[in-house]
Write a protein that binds this ligand. Structure first.
Ligand SMILES: NC(=O)c1ccc[n+]([C@@H]2O[C@H](COP(=O)([O-])OP(=O)(O)OC[C@H]3O[C@@H](n4cnc5c(N)ncnc54)[C@H](OP(=O)(O)O)[C@@H]3O)[C@@H](O)[C@H]2O)c1
Length: 316
């Protein structure tokens, strides 16, 4: 009798865990597939991104990698874009490329997010009169190499904190307040990373900043929802961008490590539709697989395998 009770109890626990896991991992793919089928086979028309969020979008960290291709993809979908990044010459070049290719309006703001709180007044002044409905908080930075946290200088660590934590916090605050006060039912995409899932030895500060990003974004979704503002958590795995130039093997790319253009095409198509996504089918598979394992096992595996992926580790 007690054996039967134990088996029933374990079955209930197993089913509960499986349902939670499936809900967590299949909710977003289900919504995306459902929308696709409705459009393709039942002629149901979804609102376009510009119908939903208006004509202007802003992308931070938009002179390279994911941000650059997000800006291009949004322009392709008809948005005028504001590009915010630190290198003026690159900003001008990309602005003119986008204007010529997509016939939209582009504005640029030069700002170095590693300079911390003092830069936001200038950014906000420049944005105040532009009717922005979509913010992509993409800018991100890692230490110059992978390695032990205490092998980096204080400045190198603060750069990561200011860029990865400061920018997403300040700009989410500014835009949520602005959208709430003006009644705009806008959207915010916060670009996190799969490293939000677990502590990452030799990438500790970067992964910790992304765990912050995840927690902040998931909480903001609840705060913003009542005003009709959509907040999306985007958690990519590896993409071939200069952020990963510490690893020759990652920079080679493969099906699981796409180029930023392919990635942005996939990811932009999820905006406004799902709250939480990796943005790319094969990253979704990796994310779901990683979540099967307990956190301490993933962290252990990262520590064991990091030296074989990273060209050079900074150790003491
Ligand atoms: N690549 C991946 O595998 C991966 C995976 C998961 C998550 N992510 C996240 O995706 C986002 C974009 O990463 P990415 O791979 O596209 O990076 P990236 O190729 O290094 O590009 C970063 C962009 O941000 C700009 N930027 C960097 N530091 C800045 C600063 N202090 N102030 C202003 N702009 C600054 C860069 O400007 P410059 O052109 O002047 O350098 C560039 O436009 C980040 O949040 C990153 O954490 C990336």
């Amino acid at each position: 009798m007690s054996e039967c009770l134990l088996i029933n109890l374990l079955t209930i626990i197993g089913c509960y865990a499986l349902i939670c896991y499936l809900y967590d991992n299949l909710k977003s793919p289900y919504i995306l597939i459902r929308d696709y089928v409705n459009q393709k086979f039942f002629g149901k028309k979804l609102k376009s991104l510009t119908e939903r969020f208006g004509k202007w979008a802003v992308v931070t960290g938009s002179t390279d990698g994911i941000g650059k291709y997000y800006a291009r993809e949004l322009a392709r979908k008809g948005f005028n874009v504001v590009l915010i990044s630190r290198t003026e010459s690159k900003l001008k070049a990309i602005a003119s490329e986008i204007e010529k290719e997509f016939g939209v309006e582009v504005k640029i703001i030069v700002a170095d997010f590693s300079h911390g709180a003092k830069i936001y007044k200038t950014i906000e002044d420049a944005l105040d009169n532009i009717p922005i409905g979509l913010l992509v908080n993409n800018v991100g930075h890692s230490t110059p190499e992978q390695g032990m946290m205490f092998a980096f200088s204080s400045k190198e660590l603060w750069d990561v904190i200011n860029v990865n934590i400061g920018a997403v916090t300040e700009l989410s605050r500014y835009f949520l307040l602005r959208m709430q006060q003006s009644g705009i039912k806008g959207g915010i995409v916060n670009v996190s990373s799969c490293t939000e899932l677990c502590p990452v030895p030799h990438g500790a500060i970067y992964a910790a900043s992304k765990a912050y990003n995840r927690s902040l974004t998931l909480a903001l979704q609840y705060e913003a929802r009542r005003y009709g503002i959509h907040v999306q958590l985007l958690s990519p795995h590896f993409i071939v961008t200069k952020l990963n130039s510490y690893s020759t093997s990652i920079m080679r790319g493969n099906l699981f490590i796409p180029d930023p253009e392919t990635y942005a095409r996939w990811a932009v198509s999820t905006i406004g539709r799902v709250d939480k996504t990796t943005g790319y089918f094969w990253h979704g598979v990796q994310y779901a697989a990683a979540k099967v394992l307990p956190t301490y096992i993933i962290t252990f595996l990262v520590e064991v395998f990091a030296p074989s992926v990273v060209d050079r580790l900074r150790v003491l």
